[in-house]
Design a protein around this ligand. Sequence first.
Ligand code: PEP
Ligand code: MG
Length: 925
Amino acid sequence: MVSKSYIYAFEEGDGKNKMLLGGKGANLCEMTQIGLNVPPGFTITTEACLAYLAKGDSPPGLWDQVTTHIKALEKKTGKGFGSAKNPLLVSVRSGSAMSMPGMMDTILNLGLNQTSLKGLIAQTGNARFAWDAYRRFIQLFGKVALGVDDEHFDKRMVEIKNKTGASQDVDLTAKALEQLSKDYLEIVKEHTGEEFPQEPMEQLKFAVEAVFRSWNGKRAVDYRKQFRITKDMANGTAVNVCTMVFGNMGNDSATGVGFTRNPGTGEDAIYGEYLVNAQGEDVVAGIRTPVPIANMAKEIPVMYKELVALRDKLESHYKEVQDFEFTIEKGRLYCLQTRNGKMNALAMVRTSVEMVKDEIISKKQAVKRIDPSMLEQLLVPQLAPNFNGASLAQGLPASPGAASGHIVFDADTAEARGRAGEKIILVREETKPDDIHGFFQAQGILTSRGGKTSHAAVVARGMGKPCVSGCEAIVIDDQGKKASVGGSTLHEGDVITIDGGSGKVYSGEAPTVEPEFSKDLATLLSWADTFARMEVRANADTPSDAARAREFGARGIGLCRTERMFNSTDRLPIVQEMILAKNIEERQAALDRLLPIQRSDFKGIFKAMKGLPVTVRLLDPPMHEFLPSAGQLELEISHLRHLRETIGALEELPETLKLLNPALHRKYADGLTSLTRALDMFKENHLEEDAIHKKQETLRKVRQLAEINPMLGHRGVRLGITFPEIYSMQIQAVLEAAALCAQEGLEVLPEIMVPQVATVEELKRIHATARRIHKLVKLKHGIDVGFKFGSMLEVVRACMRAGRMAETAEFFSFGTNDLTQATFSFSREDAENKFLPDYNETGILQDNPFEVLDETGVGDVMKIAVERGRATNKELKIGICGEHGGHPSSIAYCHRLGLTYVSCSGPRVPIARLAAAQAQLQEEK
Ligand code: PEP
Ligand code: MG
């Protein structure tokens, strides 16, 4: 009977069968078979390992097969196992189907003994190297195969260093290393009771079985548990026995590592380092500094040519940039290892485009090979890669990019100082819409409260500005204009740096690198667009955001949050008048002033997006968000009262002074008279009283509008129903702006979207208003600009009733920020810095559902809505405009759901374009 084959020479093994040969073994076989010069060797299969582990002994026939393969190896290399002249030395390495770096054992230079050592000295002409290799082998073998603790060897090493006055290992002479090797052999004998095995085949048996056992070693078992490596992913380890080659056999030998292209820039040139007449350990030990591979063209041109040929073969076979290791032994180039090279975003993009031009990969492969989220590096400023300063505090990474600036604790100061040309970081407990003018002037935003869908986070992302939110370690005292973190205090004007990609906050100015939307990226994304089925739109609220989003490739606006337009300093007072209005007439008067402002904003946006759809969402947030907080008003009123008391005291001053010090009174008589006159005037005009009165009025209204749970309160369409004049004004502004643009010959595609809808009755009423206003606008402007009418789906009930909703709505857009909040009953403002980190750490939830769409819960609610909506109207356009619309795996889910488009903040548009294309290509697979 022919016994089972447990071993494959590198020429025979199936390079695709990683389960049987392990990743490393399969790779060595594949490299050998495509004609790369790999040192000869063979792989013992994972089946042999499993058989050994099951019985505690090698399966029958295994050692006969090993002997046969060693003989073949001797023949191939012309070397002899244990030879005194030309010894064959091998490495014995583990390697399972999944990479588990450093978790299992490796032994180098196996085959060394008293005889072959002489051969190695003769071969290399370097006694020091040979003895060093020997003492390393004894220790490694002693530890791995024979179980002798490292500490015994280490102790002896220290003793010998002390004795010879060597401060480092590399200072030890050949003689000292010879002595050390002999001592190490003694140590092994002492601890195992046996002589160190001299016979190479015996060494090999010990080593292979030790590697088998290391599969069940604690390190490896823990690693598999941690990274959830199951039996169907990797079962047992293979063992690779590979001929050792040496780069230190003279000036025609060398060792090095290389990338087939530059991993930092993507440049099409071999990148890496090498050393002539050296071994890898020389580099690790810092004995010699390797030189750039480019030098090789001059130093050893023949070898360089071979290296270029190797590089071409690697790339044309693997169709990916490779990170490889090589050794040149006596003028022969060996490739020891290769794997896909890790690169930064710049290099990934450039190599994608250039490898298509070089016909190495197709456009589809180019689009598929880049992780979309990597593109973020190219779209916002980043901390310099070599920066490694200690952070002050850690918050949530809410909007990517790094920024430095002077701390400012309120939006007005941020606006003033920013306008004066200073770099500003706006630091707030949390932000509100009336802080928006501060955002415009700030380089970045830092908040101590709120999550990744908080106001600060969403607005900053829309503007492409860095934001760290929910940084609870920072305690802010905005009245005192200071903040404390740990033991230190930050004052207004102090410089800090925030990194919105990691959530870290640093003291002082950290170096940053600027983003670059390169030609290569534009090319790559244009290919992506040809593959994607879903369109990508942007969430943009201003003409300039819209213009930028278009530059990033947005195919329209999926969400224009109109309330953002109310927040600049000249508009907020009018909005406040509207809110504080005592009756409908007063409110209408304020709305009449807002109408032309909104109309002109919409015109700007329509112009920036000409020819593309623009979805305008009617007012959404609760009214009180536009007013100052009750606390702030109370403080201001109390300041004004103090002012009144101070004025009273000042009135008494002339008389008091006259009594106490007539001479002084005479001296300042003129000044005192003008002071009294000024105070009289102040009083007559009731300035402070008026101010107090006004603020008290506002306070009353603020208290009246206050809600226990404003996110579930009087907001969205509920406002539009109770104050119809607000939505009427907004709809009029949209449709008039569209009419005016159309009159100028621009193609405009307005879409009016209603937020927070729960029942179709709400939608119907707003729809009736929209149709009525549309008629009026048509009459007034003499032009009929059509519009689409749709609903946000962000309330669970609306999703359940999507069939009915689709009778009125021409499109849906999932507001997954609110829908996630509603489905989980997790507050989007608080969850992320209260309990969610714990939930993620303990595995209750895998991801943050406000960042990564929860496919099984929220996603299922969406699925029901899509099915029911399309059952009513199979052409129904459905998009998503929550933050998930810019997240790659969530985009893939939206693709699978059959959505028409995703909409995300402008700077994320390129990421979404790539992710949308990948989702389609994934489906084709
Ligand atoms: C949403 O809820 O997903 C949404 C886009 O609206 P907002 O974030 O403005 O509530
Ligand atoms: Mg919402």
